[in-house]
Design a protein around this ligand. Structure first.
Ligand code: SF4
Length: 166
């Protein structure tokens, strides 16, 4: 029997109600293209590290080399909580033998490429990586990774699937 590759994914992209506002970000086109080809491994860093649904939205704050994950209204610093969970979960995902991971773009936890990094007043100053995306890709630099939005381009999606199945 053919064993499908395991593909990690930010859980909200599958349609699960894990976002800060109690909603999801199901990516129908992406799911339809990949659903029959892979075995999904959903991960929601914010829920898995112990935060509730709904929860206060958060953003990255500070120096891009040492960003902090802070709630937008009450300025609660969740960095240590999320990073402690990352240490455990990234090692677990290593045992899962993932073939790749699709991250939710612009999330302070999951964004891979261009997550706003703000000053304490909430104004974006530069861009960085979400804490989980950074932890996973630092630990497994060879892992095939992409963001949901880049896979909306048909050529990018085709190339991603080809590399996933090779
Ligand atoms: S972007 Fe990541 S942390 Fe945010 S709801 Fe989706 S899976 Fe959870």
């Amino acid at each position: 029997m053919l064993v499908k590759p395991k593909l990690g994914i930010s859980q909200c992209l599958l349609g699960d109600l894990v976002r800060y506002d109690g909603q999801h970000k199901r990516d129908q086109r992406l799911i339809e293209a990949l659903d029959s080809l892979v075995s999904w491994v959903p991960v929601c860093p914010e829920v898995e590290c112990g935060l509730s649904v709904p929860r206060e939205p958060m953003h990255l704050v500070g120096d891009v080399s040492r960003v902090r994950l802070v709630t937008k209204k009450d300025a609660v610093d969740l960095t240590d909580q999320l990073l402690a969970w990352c240490d455990r979960r990234v090692e677990q995902l290593g045992h899962e033998k993932l073939a790749g991971f699709v991250f939710k773009s612009r999330s302070p936890s999951c964004g891979l490429l261009a997550v706003p990094v703000c000053d304490p007043a909430g104004h974006a100053q530069t861009v960085g990586q979400g804490l989980f995306a950074k932890a996973l890709t630092s630990r497994f630099p060879e892992l095939l990774v992409a963001e949901d939005e880049e896979l909306h381009a048909p050529d990018e999606l085709k190339s991603f699937i080809k590399r996933l199945l090779d």
